[in-house]
Design a protein around this ligand. Structure first.
Ligand code: FES
Ligand SMILES: [Fe+2]
Length: 425
Protein backbone atom coordinates (compact mmCIF):
# COMPACT_ATOMS: atom_id res chain seq x y z
CA UNK A 1 0.00 0.00 0.00
CA UNK A 2 1.42 3.39 -0.92
CA UNK A 3 2.32 5.82 1.84
CA UNK A 4 -0.13 8.63 1.25
CA UNK A 5 1.62 10.85 3.77
CA UNK A 6 4.63 11.25 1.48
CA UNK A 7 4.58 13.79 -1.34
CA UNK A 8 5.35 12.34 -4.75
CA UNK A 9 8.72 13.27 -6.23
CA UNK A 10 8.42 16.74 -7.75
CA UNK A 11 7.98 17.00 -11.47
CA UNK A 12 11.00 18.88 -12.65
CA UNK A 13 10.32 21.63 -15.17
CA UNK A 14 12.74 20.61 -17.89
CA UNK A 15 16.31 19.76 -17.07
CA UNK A 16 17.26 23.22 -15.88
CA UNK A 17 20.24 22.79 -18.19
CA UNK A 18 19.72 26.35 -19.42
CA UNK A 19 19.76 27.64 -15.85
CA UNK A 20 23.01 25.86 -15.10
CA UNK A 21 24.50 27.12 -18.37
CA UNK A 22 23.50 30.68 -17.47
CA UNK A 23 25.07 30.32 -14.00
CA UNK A 24 28.23 28.93 -15.60
CA UNK A 25 28.32 31.87 -18.03
CA UNK A 26 28.00 34.43 -15.28
CA UNK A 27 30.85 36.92 -15.08
CA UNK A 28 31.83 37.60 -11.44
CA UNK A 29 31.02 41.17 -10.39
CA UNK A 30 28.62 41.64 -13.30
CA UNK A 31 24.86 41.74 -13.74
CA UNK A 32 23.30 38.39 -14.62
CA UNK A 33 22.96 36.71 -17.99
CA UNK A 34 19.85 37.87 -19.86
CA UNK A 35 17.86 34.61 -19.60
CA UNK A 36 17.83 34.79 -15.79
CA UNK A 37 15.93 38.10 -16.01
CA UNK A 38 13.58 36.98 -18.77
CA UNK A 39 12.71 33.32 -19.06
CA UNK A 40 9.58 31.75 -17.63
CA UNK A 41 11.71 28.70 -16.88
CA UNK A 42 14.01 30.86 -14.74
CA UNK A 43 10.96 32.32 -12.98
CA UNK A 44 9.60 28.83 -12.16
CA UNK A 45 13.07 27.77 -11.05
CA UNK A 46 13.42 30.79 -8.74
CA UNK A 47 10.13 30.03 -7.02
CA UNK A 48 11.25 26.48 -6.22
CA UNK A 49 15.01 26.87 -5.76
CA UNK A 50 15.06 30.26 -4.01
CA UNK A 51 11.73 31.34 -2.53
CA UNK A 52 10.58 27.93 -1.26
CA UNK A 53 13.92 27.27 0.45
CA UNK A 54 14.64 30.64 2.07
CA UNK A 55 13.35 32.32 5.21
CA UNK A 56 10.76 34.85 4.03
CA UNK A 57 9.74 37.81 6.20
CA UNK A 58 5.93 37.80 5.95
CA UNK A 59 5.20 40.57 8.43
CA UNK A 60 4.69 41.16 12.13
CA UNK A 61 3.24 39.38 15.16
CA UNK A 62 0.76 42.22 15.69
CA UNK A 63 -0.92 41.09 12.46
CA UNK A 64 -1.99 37.96 14.41
CA UNK A 65 -3.47 39.63 17.50
CA UNK A 66 -5.58 36.76 18.94
CA UNK A 67 -5.99 33.00 19.07
CA UNK A 68 -7.14 31.94 15.59
CA UNK A 69 -5.88 35.08 13.80
CA UNK A 70 -4.60 33.91 10.44
CA UNK A 71 -3.11 35.09 7.18
CA UNK A 72 -3.42 33.12 3.97
CA UNK A 73 -0.73 34.05 1.47
CA UNK A 74 1.57 32.78 -1.28
CA UNK A 75 5.26 32.06 -0.80
CA UNK A 76 7.17 31.00 -3.87
CA UNK A 77 3.81 30.46 -5.59
CA UNK A 78 2.76 28.02 -2.84
CA UNK A 79 -0.38 28.84 -0.83
CA UNK A 80 0.15 28.72 2.94
CA UNK A 81 -1.70 29.68 6.12
CA UNK A 82 -0.05 31.18 9.19
CA UNK A 83 -2.27 31.08 12.29
CA UNK A 84 -1.98 31.73 16.03
CA UNK A 85 -2.76 28.56 17.99
CA UNK A 86 -4.34 28.20 21.44
CA UNK A 87 -0.97 28.36 23.19
CA UNK A 88 -0.14 31.67 21.48
CA UNK A 89 2.39 30.13 19.09
CA UNK A 90 2.30 31.00 15.38
CA UNK A 91 2.05 27.94 13.17
CA UNK A 92 2.28 27.56 9.42
CA UNK A 93 0.56 25.03 7.14
CA UNK A 94 0.26 24.33 3.47
CA UNK A 95 -3.13 25.71 2.46
CA UNK A 96 -4.39 22.44 1.02
CA UNK A 97 -6.95 20.11 2.58
CA UNK A 98 -5.75 16.59 3.37
CA UNK A 99 -8.96 15.16 1.87
CA UNK A 100 -8.80 16.00 -1.84
CA UNK A 101 -6.64 19.05 -1.66
CA UNK A 102 -9.08 21.96 -1.78
CA UNK A 103 -7.84 25.37 -0.71
CA UNK A 104 -8.79 25.80 2.94
CA UNK A 105 -8.64 29.61 3.22
CA UNK A 106 -8.93 32.18 0.45
CA UNK A 107 -6.01 34.63 0.30
CA UNK A 108 -6.35 37.30 2.98
CA UNK A 109 -6.58 37.49 6.74
CA UNK A 110 -9.16 36.76 9.41
CA UNK A 111 -9.86 34.91 12.63
CA UNK A 112 -11.23 31.44 13.06
CA UNK A 113 -11.52 28.95 15.94
CA UNK A 114 -10.78 26.09 13.54
CA UNK A 115 -10.06 25.57 9.86
CA UNK A 116 -13.03 24.10 8.01
CA UNK A 117 -12.60 23.01 4.41
CA UNK A 118 -15.34 24.61 2.30
CA UNK A 119 -15.58 21.48 0.10
CA UNK A 120 -16.63 18.55 2.37
CA UNK A 121 -16.15 20.23 5.76
CA UNK A 122 -13.13 18.34 6.98
CA UNK A 123 -12.18 20.35 10.06
CA UNK A 124 -8.76 21.02 11.59
CA UNK A 125 -7.89 22.52 14.94
CA UNK A 126 -5.36 25.37 15.24
CA UNK A 127 -2.51 22.88 15.62
CA UNK A 128 -3.38 21.41 12.21
CA UNK A 129 -4.90 18.21 13.62
CA UNK A 130 -7.88 16.77 11.76
CA UNK A 131 -10.79 16.77 14.24
CA UNK A 132 -13.75 16.06 11.95
CA UNK A 133 -14.17 14.10 8.72
CA UNK A 134 -17.70 12.81 8.07
CA UNK A 135 -18.59 9.39 6.63
CA UNK A 136 -15.01 8.18 6.23
CA UNK A 137 -15.55 4.70 7.68
CA UNK A 138 -14.12 2.87 10.66
CA UNK A 139 -10.67 2.21 9.26
CA UNK A 140 -10.00 5.88 8.52
CA UNK A 141 -7.18 7.33 10.65
CA UNK A 142 -7.64 11.08 11.28
CA UNK A 143 -4.20 11.24 12.95
CA UNK A 144 -2.58 10.44 9.61
CA UNK A 145 -4.28 13.41 7.93
CA UNK A 146 -3.07 16.49 9.78
CA UNK A 147 -2.24 19.60 7.77
CA UNK A 148 1.29 19.61 6.44
CA UNK A 149 3.39 22.11 8.43
CA UNK A 150 5.77 24.82 7.23
CA UNK A 151 8.45 26.38 9.44
CA UNK A 152 7.59 29.60 11.28
CA UNK A 153 9.93 31.71 13.41
CA UNK A 154 9.49 35.02 15.21
CA UNK A 155 12.04 37.54 16.44
CA UNK A 156 11.24 40.74 18.33
CA UNK A 157 7.77 40.91 16.80
CA UNK A 158 8.74 39.98 13.21
CA UNK A 159 7.48 36.79 11.50
CA UNK A 160 9.27 34.50 9.02
CA UNK A 161 8.28 31.32 7.18
CA UNK A 162 10.30 28.73 5.32
CA UNK A 163 8.84 26.01 3.09
CA UNK A 164 11.98 23.88 2.88
CA UNK A 165 12.02 20.47 4.56
CA UNK A 166 15.21 21.58 6.31
CA UNK A 167 15.27 25.34 6.81
CA UNK A 168 18.50 27.39 6.85
CA UNK A 169 19.79 27.86 10.41
CA UNK A 170 17.74 30.67 11.95
CA UNK A 171 19.56 30.97 15.27
CA UNK A 172 22.49 33.18 14.19
CA UNK A 173 19.96 35.64 12.75
CA UNK A 174 17.91 35.61 15.95
CA UNK A 175 21.03 36.09 18.08
CA UNK A 176 22.37 39.02 16.03
CA UNK A 177 19.25 40.85 14.90
CA UNK A 178 16.99 40.20 17.90
CA UNK A 179 18.87 42.58 20.24
CA UNK A 180 19.00 45.25 17.52
CA UNK A 181 15.25 45.01 16.88
CA UNK A 182 13.99 44.67 20.47
CA UNK A 183 14.29 48.41 21.34
CA UNK A 184 11.98 49.18 18.38
CA UNK A 185 9.14 47.52 20.32
CA UNK A 186 7.43 46.04 17.27
CA UNK A 187 5.19 43.93 19.52
CA UNK A 188 3.53 47.20 20.54
CA UNK A 189 3.11 48.57 17.04
CA UNK A 190 0.20 48.82 14.64
CA UNK A 191 0.12 48.92 10.87
CA UNK A 192 -0.59 52.54 10.01
CA UNK A 193 -0.68 51.83 6.28
CA UNK A 194 0.12 49.15 3.74
CA UNK A 195 0.00 49.06 -0.02
CA UNK A 196 1.15 47.08 -3.04
CA UNK A 197 2.85 48.26 -6.17
CA UNK A 198 2.97 46.18 -9.36
CA UNK A 199 6.23 46.54 -11.26
CA UNK A 200 6.81 45.31 -14.80
CA UNK A 201 10.24 43.94 -13.98
CA UNK A 202 11.82 40.66 -12.93
CA UNK A 203 12.09 40.31 -9.14
CA UNK A 204 15.89 40.18 -9.32
CA UNK A 205 16.01 43.58 -10.99
CA UNK A 206 13.70 44.91 -8.27
CA UNK A 207 16.03 43.53 -5.61
CA UNK A 208 19.23 44.72 -7.31
CA UNK A 209 17.75 48.21 -7.44
CA UNK A 210 16.82 47.99 -3.75
CA UNK A 211 20.35 46.99 -2.81
CA UNK A 212 22.15 50.10 -4.07
CA UNK A 213 22.07 53.86 -3.78
CA UNK A 214 24.24 54.47 -6.85
CA UNK A 215 21.08 55.86 -8.46
CA UNK A 216 19.99 57.91 -5.43
CA UNK A 217 21.82 61.16 -6.16
CA UNK A 218 20.27 61.33 -9.62
CA UNK A 219 16.86 59.81 -9.02
CA UNK A 220 15.86 60.21 -5.35
CA UNK A 221 16.31 63.89 -4.40
CA UNK A 222 13.69 63.46 -1.63
CA UNK A 223 15.39 60.40 -0.10
CA UNK A 224 18.77 62.12 -0.29
CA UNK A 225 17.60 64.74 2.26
CA UNK A 226 17.81 62.17 5.10
CA UNK A 227 19.49 59.04 3.72
CA UNK A 228 23.31 58.91 3.55
CA UNK A 229 23.35 58.11 -0.15
CA UNK A 230 27.14 57.80 -0.29
CA UNK A 231 27.34 55.31 2.61
CA UNK A 232 29.69 52.34 2.29
CA UNK A 233 28.47 48.72 1.76
CA UNK A 234 26.72 47.64 4.94
CA UNK A 235 27.05 51.14 6.47
CA UNK A 236 30.52 50.64 7.96
CA UNK A 237 31.80 53.70 9.83
CA UNK A 238 33.98 56.09 7.82
CA UNK A 239 33.23 59.66 9.00
CA UNK A 240 33.38 61.55 12.33
CA UNK A 241 29.61 61.96 12.20
CA UNK A 242 29.29 58.15 12.03
CA UNK A 243 31.89 57.55 14.76
CA UNK A 244 30.10 60.00 17.10
CA UNK A 245 26.81 58.31 16.31
CA UNK A 246 28.23 54.89 17.09
CA UNK A 247 29.54 56.14 20.46
CA UNK A 248 26.16 57.66 21.35
CA UNK A 249 24.30 54.47 20.39
CA UNK A 250 26.58 52.46 22.67
CA UNK A 251 25.81 54.89 25.51
CA UNK A 252 22.08 54.57 24.83
CA UNK A 253 22.33 50.76 24.72
CA UNK A 254 21.10 50.59 21.13
CA UNK A 255 23.15 47.92 19.36
CA UNK A 256 23.74 48.38 15.66
CA UNK A 257 27.25 47.41 14.63
CA UNK A 258 26.96 46.00 11.07
CA UNK A 259 26.43 42.25 11.05
CA UNK A 260 25.64 39.87 8.25
CA UNK A 261 25.54 36.29 7.02
CA UNK A 262 24.70 34.73 3.67
CA UNK A 263 20.97 35.54 3.74
CA UNK A 264 20.72 38.64 5.92
CA UNK A 265 22.36 41.93 6.89
CA UNK A 266 21.61 44.40 9.68
CA UNK A 267 23.15 47.71 10.73
CA UNK A 268 22.15 50.89 12.49
CA UNK A 269 23.43 53.92 10.63
CA UNK A 270 23.11 57.65 11.24
CA UNK A 271 20.83 59.73 9.06
CA UNK A 272 22.20 62.90 7.51
CA UNK A 273 23.11 65.54 10.08
CA UNK A 274 20.01 67.30 11.40
CA UNK A 275 17.58 64.53 10.38
CA UNK A 276 15.79 62.38 12.98
CA UNK A 277 13.50 60.35 10.72
CA UNK A 278 13.08 59.21 7.13
CA UNK A 279 10.48 61.74 6.08
CA UNK A 280 10.51 64.39 3.33
CA UNK A 281 12.11 67.02 5.59
CA UNK A 282 13.87 64.77 8.14
CA UNK A 283 11.61 65.73 11.08
CA UNK A 284 9.60 63.12 12.99
CA UNK A 285 6.82 61.37 11.12
CA UNK A 286 5.20 60.30 14.42
CA UNK A 287 5.40 62.19 17.72
CA UNK A 288 4.69 59.07 19.82
CA UNK A 289 7.99 57.21 19.58
CA UNK A 290 8.67 53.48 19.22
CA UNK A 291 12.11 53.71 20.82
CA UNK A 292 12.45 55.28 24.25
CA UNK A 293 15.81 57.00 23.81
CA UNK A 294 15.10 60.71 24.10
CA UNK A 295 14.65 63.14 21.27
CA UNK A 296 17.98 62.81 19.44
CA UNK A 297 18.64 60.93 16.21
CA UNK A 298 18.96 57.20 16.66
CA UNK A 299 19.46 56.77 12.93
CA UNK A 300 17.86 53.94 11.05
CA UNK A 301 18.18 50.24 11.76
CA UNK A 302 18.31 48.62 8.33
CA UNK A 303 17.63 44.90 8.28
CA UNK A 304 17.48 43.05 5.03
CA UNK A 305 16.62 39.47 4.13
CA UNK A 306 17.73 37.72 0.95
CA UNK A 307 16.03 37.08 -1.35
CA UNK A 308 13.20 39.55 -0.99
CA UNK A 309 13.12 42.38 1.55
CA UNK A 310 14.57 45.29 3.44
CA UNK A 311 13.23 47.31 6.37
CA UNK A 312 14.15 50.61 7.98
CA UNK A 313 13.34 51.28 11.63
CA UNK A 314 13.79 54.84 12.86
CA UNK A 315 12.86 56.03 16.36
CA UNK A 316 9.30 56.79 15.28
CA UNK A 317 8.29 54.16 12.70
CA UNK A 318 9.30 51.07 10.74
CA UNK A 319 8.97 50.66 6.99
CA UNK A 320 8.99 47.19 5.41
CA UNK A 321 9.62 46.53 1.71
CA UNK A 322 8.98 43.02 0.43
CA UNK A 323 8.95 41.77 -3.14
CA UNK A 324 6.81 38.91 -4.42
CA UNK A 325 7.62 37.49 -7.88
CA UNK A 326 4.46 37.28 -10.00
CA UNK A 327 5.88 36.25 -13.39
CA UNK A 328 9.19 36.51 -15.23
CA UNK A 329 8.43 40.17 -15.98
CA UNK A 330 6.25 41.19 -13.08
CA UNK A 331 6.86 41.73 -9.36
CA UNK A 332 4.58 42.88 -6.58
CA UNK A 333 6.12 45.15 -3.95
CA UNK A 334 4.41 45.15 -0.55
CA UNK A 335 4.99 48.19 1.67
CA UNK A 336 4.03 48.33 5.36
CA UNK A 337 4.37 51.30 7.72
CA UNK A 338 4.28 50.54 11.46
CA UNK A 339 3.84 53.08 14.26
CA UNK A 340 3.29 52.81 18.03
CA UNK A 341 -0.03 51.11 18.76
CA UNK A 342 -1.21 54.12 20.79
CA UNK A 343 -0.26 56.70 18.17
CA UNK A 344 -3.43 58.39 16.93
CA UNK A 345 -3.76 59.41 13.29
CA UNK A 346 -4.34 63.14 12.96
CA UNK A 347 -2.94 63.72 16.47
CA UNK A 348 0.41 61.91 16.69
CA UNK A 349 0.96 61.57 12.94
CA UNK A 350 -0.32 62.76 9.63
CA UNK A 351 -0.64 59.69 7.44
CA UNK A 352 0.13 61.47 4.18
CA UNK A 353 3.32 62.89 5.63
CA UNK A 354 4.31 59.56 7.23
CA UNK A 355 4.15 57.59 3.99
CA UNK A 356 5.16 60.26 1.49
CA UNK A 357 8.90 59.65 1.36
CA UNK A 358 8.82 55.87 0.94
CA UNK A 359 5.88 56.04 -1.46
CA UNK A 360 7.67 58.62 -3.59
CA UNK A 361 10.88 56.57 -3.46
CA UNK A 362 9.10 53.31 -4.32
CA UNK A 363 7.39 54.81 -7.34
CA UNK A 364 10.66 56.29 -8.58
CA UNK A 365 12.24 52.85 -8.09
CA UNK A 366 9.40 51.16 -9.97
CA UNK A 367 10.14 53.38 -12.98
CA UNK A 368 13.85 52.54 -12.74
CA UNK A 369 13.22 48.79 -12.51
CA UNK A 370 10.88 48.92 -15.49
CA UNK A 371 13.37 50.82 -17.64
CA UNK A 372 16.05 48.36 -16.52
CA UNK A 373 13.85 45.43 -17.64
CA UNK A 374 13.09 47.06 -21.02
CA UNK A 375 16.79 47.51 -21.65
CA UNK A 376 17.69 44.03 -20.44
CA UNK A 377 15.16 42.65 -22.96
CA UNK A 378 17.20 44.16 -25.79
CA UNK A 379 19.08 41.74 -28.05
CA UNK A 380 21.99 44.12 -27.46
CA UNK A 381 22.09 43.49 -23.68
CA UNK A 382 25.33 42.22 -22.20
CA UNK A 383 25.96 41.83 -18.44
CA UNK A 384 27.72 44.94 -17.14
CA UNK A 385 30.10 45.53 -14.20
CA UNK A 386 28.95 46.58 -10.73
CA UNK A 387 30.65 49.53 -9.04
CA UNK A 388 32.78 48.05 -6.27
CA UNK A 389 32.25 51.22 -4.26
CA UNK A 390 28.53 51.80 -4.72
CA UNK A 391 27.07 48.39 -5.64
CA UNK A 392 28.68 45.95 -3.24
CA UNK A 393 25.29 44.93 -1.82
CA UNK A 394 24.03 44.26 -5.36
CA UNK A 395 27.00 41.97 -5.97
CA UNK A 396 26.23 40.35 -2.64
CA UNK A 397 22.61 39.77 -3.68
CA UNK A 398 23.43 38.27 -7.09
CA UNK A 399 26.16 36.12 -5.52
CA UNK A 400 23.61 34.88 -2.99
CA UNK A 401 21.24 34.14 -5.87
CA UNK A 402 23.82 32.27 -7.97
CA UNK A 403 25.20 30.29 -5.00
CA UNK A 404 21.73 29.29 -3.78
CA UNK A 405 20.63 28.35 -7.30
CA UNK A 406 23.74 26.24 -7.81
CA UNK A 407 23.33 24.52 -4.42
CA UNK A 408 19.80 23.55 -5.42
CA UNK A 409 20.92 22.18 -8.79
CA UNK A 410 23.82 20.24 -7.26
CA UNK A 411 21.56 18.78 -4.61
CA UNK A 412 18.90 17.85 -7.15
CA UNK A 413 21.36 16.38 -9.63
CA UNK A 414 23.09 14.47 -6.82
CA UNK A 415 19.77 12.97 -5.76
CA UNK A 416 18.91 12.14 -9.37
CA UNK A 417 22.27 10.36 -9.81
CA UNK A 418 21.67 8.31 -6.63
CA UNK A 419 18.17 7.41 -7.81
CA UNK A 420 19.50 6.43 -11.26
CA UNK A 421 22.21 4.20 -9.79
CA UNK A 422 19.68 2.55 -7.44
CA UNK A 423 17.44 1.92 -10.45
CA UNK A 424 20.36 0.47 -12.46
CA UNK A 425 21.24 -1.83 -9.54
S1 FES B 1 -11.27 18.60 -0.16
FE1 FES B 1 -11.41 19.37 1.84
S2 FES B 1 -13.02 18.28 2.72
FE2 FES B 1 -12.89 17.49 0.72
FE1 LIG C 1 15.95 53.57 -5.28
Amino acid sequence: MPDYAQPEPRREAGSYARIRAALDARLPGHSLPQSLYQDEEAFAFDQVAIFRRAWILIGFEIEFPATGSYQSLNVGGAPIIVIRDRTGVLRGFHNTCRHRGAELCPEGSGKSARLVCPYHQWTYDLSGKLIFAGRMGDDFDPAAHSLRPVHVETVAGTVYVCLADTAPDFEPYRAAVGPMLEPHDLKNAKIAFQNTLMEKANWKLVMENGRECYHCAGRHPELAVTFPIYAKGNFETVSDHEANFERRMTELGLPGIPQEAAWWQAARFPLNEGAVSMTMDGTRGVSKLMVQAGEGDIGSLRWAIEPHSFCHSTGDFTFMFSCVPISAHETMVIGKWLVHKDAVEGVDYDLERLIELWNTTNMQDRDLCELNQRGVNSPGYLPGPYSQVAESLVARFTNYYCNTAREYLDERDGKAAVAASAFAA
